[in-house]
Write a protein that binds this ligand. Structure first.
Ligand code: ADP
Ligand code: GN1
Ligand code: MG
Length: 377
């Protein structure tokens, strides 16, 4: 890879020193570029995965519009001084990406200093702040014109379509791996009816389409050293969606006591305090605009997201690991099993989860009404 040539296409101070692979994302290739004078800001260079994102120019247009909207809102009352927004660096021909001769798409962001992304949540404070950050993110995008945004991956969280893709992989069985996953397929198929509930609410028009992040894995937040969220990152999938998508996918990564790809299934348990803290943070930011049906949809998503993630990992396993980056040949299978185990645990405690979401939403709404009425009194 000729990094010097790629970097030269962007409008930046070119006196850069090291460039190194960065982060633990499953989709794009990320590199950190350090400035020769270490006190000057560095950059984050990414090769956007164009097998996953078929229309990168449209995706980059989404990111540009969304970051512009977020920046304009930051000057308003909702934002805090701690918050930052990703800054795209433009290229010399005035775009936000560089399309190289080999067909790759490159983009660059300003590197946000003194931050970390967290794969495994460590404290209730982090979980609360994470919930609030994703909630504020949805709130800030509430008044953006939804029609400006492209669907960067059509039907990304459409469980019906995801199940069709799995069924196709089972039928074609291109790697002859089906024989290893008979019990996993059975577990998934037993639950299809229940898992379609959220999609049906959407199809019946009971929950509104809003602008959502759609990839709210906890490591898509950058924290500063005070355990506050500095920035919501990984904006490739920001597009029209349902608020429950963001809530469910975040809870999937927070509530699990083990990593997403844990091999030892006995390590997978529920961390209820982290779930509760995230939910409180999220609802503090969003309760004022969520409808009753949206609040109900949140608990459905807590079950749906590990399920959908298992369906996606299993599909990729059967197809021969063509979508997610894998570190070894059974990686997608191990991920599938871990997500199904998490789902089992969530099903056991579902009543408590549902009750907590509903009670917290009522409390958050009441305290919001009190705050507003005392502010206007
Ligand atoms: P992927 O789609 O592959 O997950 P991300 O956009 O999430 O890629 O970036 C991968 C990692 O790079 C993140 O988890 C985070 O640690 C880091 N990162 C991304 N953007 C920035 C930034 N602007 N400043 C600092 N670190 C960043
Ligand atoms: C991918 O890009 P990353 O690693 O944040 C995936 C998510 C999955 C996640 C599972 C565009 O997210 O949907 O939930 O892996 N992103 C895309 O770890 O498919
Ligand atoms: Mg990411």
């Amino acid at each position: 890879m000729n990094f010097t040539n790629i970097i030269s296409k962007f409008c930046i101070d070119a006196d850069l020193s090291t460039i190194m692979p960065y982060g633990s994302g499953h989709i794009n290739d990320t590199f950190f570029i350090q400035h020769r004078s270490k006190h000057l800001p560095g950059y984050l260079l990414q090769r956007v995965n164009h097998n996953v994102f078929k229309d990168v120019p449209s995706l980059m247009s989404n990111i540009h519009l969304v970051t512009m909207h977020l920046k304009s809102k930051l000057s308003e009352a909702l934002a805090t001084d701690d918050t930052d927004v990703l800054s795209l660096i433009n290229t010399e021909d005035g775009r936000y990406y560089y399309h190289d001769d080999a067909g790759n798409y490159w983009r660059m962001y300003g590197y946000i200093e003194n931050t970390k992304s967290i794969d495994q949540v460590e404290s209730s404070q982090q979980a609360y702040q994470g919930g609030k950050a994703f909630g504020v993110f949805q709130t800030l995008l509430f008044d953006m014109d939804i029609d400006l945004l492209h669907y960067t991956i059509p039907d990304f969280h459409h469980i019906g379509k995801r199940l069709s893709q799995l069924n196709e992989a089972i039928q074609t069985n291109p790697q002859n791996r089906k024989k290893y996953v008979v019990s996993e397929i059975e577990f998934i198929m037993e639950r299809t009816e229940r898992m379609l509930t959220l999609q049906k609410l959407a199809e019946q028009g009971k929950i509104p389409l809003r602008i959502t992040h759609n990839d709210t894995k906890f490591n898509n937040l950058l924290f500063n050293n005070d355990n506050k969220v500095k920035c919501v990152i990984d904006l490739d999938t920001v597009m029209p969606g349902y608020v429950a998508f963001d809530f469910g996918d975040a809870i999937r990564t927070i509530i699990n006591t083990a990593p997403e790809d844990e091999k030892d299934l006995d390590q997978i348990n529920l961390n209820m305090p982290l779930f509760k803290a995230f939910t409180e943070g999220y609802l503090t930011a969003t309760a004022r605009f969520l409808t009753q049906d949206e609040i109900k949809s949140l608990s459905l998503a807590v079950l749906l997201f590990p399920y959908m993630q298992a369906v996606r990992f299993l599909t990729d396993y059967l197809n021969g690991d063509v979508y997610y980056k894998v570190q070894f040949s059974e990686h997608n299978l191990q991920r599938t099993r871990a997500q199904l185990q998490l789902l089992k645990k969530l099903e056991e405690q579902f009543a408590e989860i549902e009750e907590f979401i509903s009670a917290t939403a009522s409390l958050a709404l009441k305290s919001d009404i009190n705050t507003n009425s005392s502010a206007t009194a």
